[in-house]
Ligand binder design. Structure first.
Ligand code: GRG
Length: 300
């Protein structure tokens, strides 16, 4: 059923339009920060491209509630800010120590470690400003729920917890349960929050929120399984980040534990289940269904 819906939906046009709107909103979200180096470092990473998957998921989830997705734009921007700051910090020498991100030298390679840390901090705090005081025409109780959701997902119960476990596990034997903990917290949590926060801004009822949470759990884990696969199969040029990094850092990944074919199969199953759960919402769910397909078919 989900497949039939997609065929009449122009995903390429949808994606181009959503990306254009997100890029414009990201650009407008940064003001004349002082001093200059801080402004430059924040803009350098936030406006460096990237797929913009998280903000687009947020807008699409809001749309599904029937609400104008423009109302979710500040939240979408906030989520991309949290994602970008996590990339800046992840690339630091004390963490993954990488020199290539989104096809450019990493933030600390250009601005130094101190400014990379501080521009990340500034993006993280700006994210909460975007939701709390730069979200016009959204009821305060919805914004409060989004602030709560984002504070959980960014902190110890989400990205930070996943990252610490990931760093702890480098070079060790890791079982599937631990690997899933890392993937779900480090990557899946923010993808899930993107969907859930878009739905909260749109005032989704409990039934829709539950379905979207289930959808988002599936795409979140599938996204990281595909990321593990691409780390082995794609080039640094296409990825815009260093390929083969997991092997180099002696990290456990899905392909390492299950092999490439089984990993692909697991990701496909998760995406299939995520798409099925949105069946009752039919045509209105076309963007989210197509985004699920995009996650599994992406080449970077
Ligand atoms: C959020 C307070 C706070 C701290 C961050 C460093 C850290 C703690 C967490 C690391 C999180 C991390 C880097 C997870 C990897 C997620 C991932 C697969 C990123 C790549 O996402 P894409 O492919 O990238 O969507 P683009 O560049 O397209 O946006």
């Amino acid at each position: 059923m989900a497949e039939a819906v997609i065929s009449s939906f122009d995903f390429t046009a949808y994606l181009a339009n959503a990306r254009g709107r997100v890029e414009a909103a990201l650009d407008a979200s940064l003001g004349p920060e002082r001093p200059n180096q801080l402004r430059e470092a924040m803009r350098y990473s936030l406006l460096a491209g990237g797929k913009r998957l998280r903000p687009i998921l947020c807008l699409a989830a809001c749309e599904l509630t029937g609400e104008d997705s423009e109302k979710a734009m500040s939240t979408a921007v906030a989520i991309e800010m949290i994602h970008t700051m996590s990339l800046i910090h992840d690339d630091l020498p004390a963490m993954d120590n990488d020199d290539l991100r989104r096809g450019r030298p990493t933030n600390h390679m250009v601005y130094g470690d101190a400014l990379a840390i501080l521009s990340g901090d500034a993006l993280l705090t700006r994210a909460f400003e975007m939701v709390a005081i730069r979200s016009p025409n959204v009821p305060a109780e919805r914004l409060l729920k989004v602030v709560g959701e984002l504070s959980l997902v960014a902190g110890a119960p989400g990205l930070v917890g996943g990252q610490v476990e990931d760093l702890e596990c480098e070079g060790k034997e890791v079982d599937l349960e631990t690997l899933e903990f890392i993937h779900i917290h480090k990557t899946g949590a923010l993808l899930k929050a993107s969907v859930v926060c878009g739905a909260l801004i749109g005032g989704a009822d409990d039934q829709l929120l539950k379905a979207l949470s289930t959808y988002a759990n599936g795409i979140g884990l599938a996204f990281q399984i595909i990321d593990d696969i691409l780390d082995v199969t794609a080039s640094s040029e296409v990825l815009g980040k260093t390929a083969g990094k997991d092997l180099l850092a002696d990290k456990t990944t899905y392909p390492k534990l299950l092999g490439l074919d089984e990993s692909r199969k697991r990701a496909k199953e998760l995406i299939g289940k995520s798409k099925d759960i949105l069946g009752p919402w039919s045509k209105k769910a076309s963007p989210l269904i197509a985004l699920a397909d995009f996650i599994i078919s992406r080449d970077r």
